[in-house]
Design a binder for this molecule. Structure first.
Ligand code: NAD
Ligand code: MN
Length: 357
């Protein structure tokens, strides 16, 4: 219980639309929980900001974000600005410089949500994606642009420390939540330098620090197939930055789509603020129509509440989302209905209130 400082970066496209609903939820919680209040710092960092200022964030962005308890982020991406600018000048610096080395993405079956899988119930696992190094590095370069000899090099950087800490995070989560098994994604048969280091570090940390947990390791290509064939057999999935990115969209796909999938970029030591955001992007194809599903954003806000210690309240927000889906009345277009973004927000607020009466 207390007063929390939260930075709000809504970003572009549907980021703005879904964030508006998450903010309604936070305001509602302040009414429902008299001991909780939020000091929201609304930041207009976005592609519009870039077009005006020539950068995605002001120079003193660290000073602005550092005193916050957490950051709630929407999505960015705009046809007028290159994707590598929006990503590398906003999301990446925050993730990397604030040592948000865990990207946590829950994957779970939800009531009444269509899935491409025949047997779609009972899926419940969490992906721990390494979020600070790995394949997403800006080391490398391009040469001889436009010539027939044109070439590009992109280095993957993996460190013992980086692999050990994400493994530890996955193991600790498994232990805390009564899970028995951690599944590691690798490609050490082909990517022989970085991925053998990955395998060795994962294996050592699991053996020495989590002897009671089973460790299984699969090549990423096979694991992608198993995600579709037997998703219920996974409990905690541990993966590098790139593999984890792809697996989490796949995970999202098998349980109902991007509109429902939250994530956290977490610095567990709390030396720096952590950032919570939906897995989806700015969805330019539906931006401005008011039909985006706000569930991924609202669920991300729930993960934020959990991170700042408001576990019970976070649970109530997730219950409210599940109650709306259970009722199967208010559905946005992506999950087979006609409801607007705002109507979905209202439905979740009603189910939130119902838990306080
Ligand atoms: P996207 O997630 O924006 O959209 C993929 C598909 O999912 C689209 O058809 C979209 O309409 C649908 N969708 C996504 N979220 C939805 C929601 N809440 N409700 C209903 N439908 C939803 O991915 P994309 O099309 O590959 O990328 C679009 C832009 O977003 C690009 O500029 C990309 O760089 C950016 N992007 C940003 C982030 C981020 O901010 N973290 C993540 C991914 C993509
Ligand atoms: Mn992604």
């Amino acid at each position: 219980m207390g007063s929390y400082k939260i930075a709000i970066i809504e970003g572009d496209g549907i980021g703005k639309e879904v964030m508006a609903q998450a903010l309604r939820i936070l305001r509602e919680l302040e009414q429902l929980e008299p001991e909780i209040s939020f000091q929201l710092e609304q930041l207009d960092w976005s592609s519009d900001y870039y077009l005006e200022h020539g950068r995605m964030m002001p120079e003193n962005w660290r000073d602005i974000l550092m005193p916050q308890d957490a950051i709630l982020f929407g999505a960015i991406g705009d046809a007028r600005v290159k994707d590598e600018v929006t990503i590398w000048e906003l999301i990446m610096p925050i993730r990397k410089e604030f040592r948000q080395y865990i990207n946590y993405r829950p994957v779970q079956s939800l009531p009444n949500i269509a899935s491409p899988l025949e047997d779609k119930t009972g899926i419940n696992f969490s992906i721990f994606r390494e979020n600070a190094e790995g394949e997403y590095s800006n080391s490398g370069g391009r040469m001889f642009k436009g010539e027939s000899s044109e070439m590009a090099i992109q280095n993957t950087i993996m460190t013992r420390k980086g692999i050990e800490r994400i493994t530890r995070a996955a193991g600790e989560y498994a232990r805390k939540h009564g899970k028995c098994k951690v599944t590691s994604a690798t490609k050490s048969n082909a990517i022989i330098h970085t991925n053998t280091l990955w395998d060795e570090c994962v294996e050592r940390v699991m053996r020495e620090e989590f002897p009671e947990l089973e460790l299984e390791s699969y090549y990423i290509d096979a694991l992608a197939a198993y995600f579709v064939q037997r998703p219920k057999s996974f409990e905690v999935v541990l993966a590098s930055n790139l593999f984890g990115d792809i697996l989490s969209d796949l995970g999202s796909g098998i349980v109902g789509g991007l509109g429902l999938s939250p994530s956290g970029n977490i610095n567990p030591e709390k030396d720096y603020p952590s950032m919570f955001e939906p897995v989806h992007g700015s969805a330019p194809d539906i931006a401005g129509l008011g039909i985006a599903n706000p569930i991924a954003q609202i669920w991300s806000a729930a993960l934020l509440l959990e991170h700042i210690g408001e576990t019970e309240v976070a649970g109530k927000v997730i219950n409210a989302i599940q109650a709306v889906l259970e009722e199967n009345r208010v559905l946005t277009k992506d999950i087979g209905g006609q409801a607007t973004t705002e109507e979905m927000g209202t439905a979740i607020i009603e189910k939130l209130n119902a838990q306080y009466t």
